[in-house]
Design a protein around this ligand. Structure first.
Ligand code: ARG
Length: 458
């Protein structure tokens, strides 16, 4: 492509080191769409004859067909997706193909391709997030009013509905979807027309190009347009945060599926055995997904580091943007889909959950609230109940084994009805504030999510 200036061919090592076609071919159909819009603008400004424009459009369409059919021959010596397609076009249609690169550089071309790709990819990932939300809602509904211990410090803390625990992840995923939508919006700006960095003396109608490609806006600074990759950082950040949420969901799943907890059963189809221990049933999907948060974070840090300190405008370093971005999209997409499938087939062991939640210590706070309702300041109530917890511990029983006399020895405010506080369902039913886990609230939120997800476009 730069024969005019050079007298030697690039060394084989430079070619192998610098090529990007092995991975950026993934942008091919977007590259062709960008070229079609650019050609249309060249035609509109009369830099192409109608016959030349037609030849270019037909040539690009036939290349797109070859690519879709897997018949296109990619050549490493042509370096990247852009030059592969341009060379194939010129081979196909001759002289007119050589006019396509008028008023364009690979710098604005690659930025355009990546933004088009990202717009599409974020929409796909948002749909996959929705799929996982629906699967979690299904599992929550199958949980019904089943109670499990809620944990802090991984110590049993207070009873919650299993559905409430899952709905926490549905809320997180909703924010993740919002971040992906935002990343898609930020990418929705046309760089084409920025040229290498300073536009072109051959001015094209950029708004016309943007309309052809469905871009919401046109970039306002040519140097910014070719060197900015912050939209890709936002995408990687949205993927990393989603991956962090998935890793927490997976950690809960690993715990719940363990013999120690035994709350959740995973299908044989979504677990693996051990080559050595015949009794094992391992939650590999959850573990792998938890592990993959590492590469999602790594990809974000990788691109931020590549960009740090780069002078304006385009530098070849920017070619390093693609692999992290592709990897995050693939990793996150696959994780969302397989988790949706896994939770779709998972089953609760309600008896195990109920047994774990039956511990009267989980509702000890309700005794403190009982005393507060009778007028005792919370700090004092907390102390009274703490003493009773210690007493029942010394006796080797549970709070339920204490007598009314034991209670009244600590506070005269205790009456016979205090014992009723030690019921998990009763405790939950009293937690009625917005966002709290009373069964009524949880059912209402489940219904809300059911509607929201049935109608969600984004
Ligand atoms: N493959 C390059 C990239 O991904 C395309 C732009 C190359 N531009 C250049 N001036 N060498 O960034």
């Amino acid at each position: 492509m730069w024969h005019g200036r050079f007298s030697k061919d690039p060394s084989a090592r430079l070619r192998a080191y610098g090529e990007s076609v092995s991975f950026d071919r993934r942008l091919a159909l977007h590259d062709i769409a960008g070229s079609q819009a650019h050609a249309a603008a060249l035609g509109k400004a009369r830099w192409l004859q109608p016959s030349e424009l037609k030849a270019i459009q037909r040539g690009l369409e036939s290349i797109a067909r070859e690519i879709r059919a897997g018949k296109f021959i990619w050549r490493e010596e042509l370096e990247d997706v852009h030059m592969n397609i341009e060379a194939a076009l010129t081979e196909k249609i001759g002289a007119a193909g050589a006019k396509l690169h008028t008023a364009r550089s690979r710098n604005d071309q690659v930025a355009t391709d990546l933004r088009l790709w990202m717009r599409e990819e974020t929409a796909g990932l948002v749909a996959a997030v929705r799929g996982l939300q629906k699967s979690l809602i299904g599992l929550a509904v199958r949980g019904g009013d089943a109670i499990m211990p809620g944990y802090t410090h991984l110590q049993r803390a207070q009873p919650v509905l299993a559905a409430h625990h899952l709905l926490a992840y549905v809320e997180m995923l909703e924010r993740d979807a919002g971040r992906l939508v935002d990343a898609g919006r930020r990418a929705d700006v046309l760089p084409l027309g920025a040229g290498a960095l300073a536009g072109s003396t051959i001015a094209l109608d950029r708004r016309f190009i943007a309309r052809q490609l469905g871009f919401a806006a046109v970039s306002q600074n040519s140097m910014d347009a070719v060197s900015d990759r912050d939209f890709a950082c936002e995408f990687l950040s949205a993927c990393a945060i989603t991956g962090m949420h998935l890793s927490r969901l997976c950690e809960d799943t690993v715990l719940w599926a363990s013999s120690e907890f035994g709350f959740l059963g995973l299908s044989d189809a979504h677990t693996t055995g051990s080559s050595l221990m015949p009794q094992k049933k391992n939650p590999d999907i959850a573990e792998l997904c938890r592990g993959k948060s590492g590469r999602l974070y790594g990809n974000l840090v990788s691109l931020l580091t590549t960009l740090k300190g780069l002078p304006l405008a385009y530098n070849r370093d920017l070619q390093e943007d693609k692999e992290p971005v592709f990897d995050s999209a693939d990793t996150l997409g696959a994780s969302l889909v397989i988790l949706a499938e896994m939770f779709g087939a998972a089953t609760w062991d309600k008896a195990r959950m109920a047994a774990a939640a039956d511990d009267a210590l989980l509702v000890a706070t309700d005794w403190a609230d009982y005393l507060v309702r009778k007028g005792l300041p919370f700090r004092e109530a907390h102390k009274v109940v703490g003493t009773l917890v210690a007493l029942s511990g010394q006796r080797g029983g549970t709070l339920r084994d204490l007598s009314l006399g034991d209670l009244q020895a600590e506070s005269k405010l205790f009456k016979a009805d205090a014992m009723k506080c030690l019921d998990a369902m009763r405790s939950l039913q009293a937690r009625t504030a917005e966002g709290a886990p009373s069964p009524q609230r949880v059912r209402a939120r489940l219904a809300w999510w059911g509607q929201r997800l049935a109608s969600a476009k984004s």
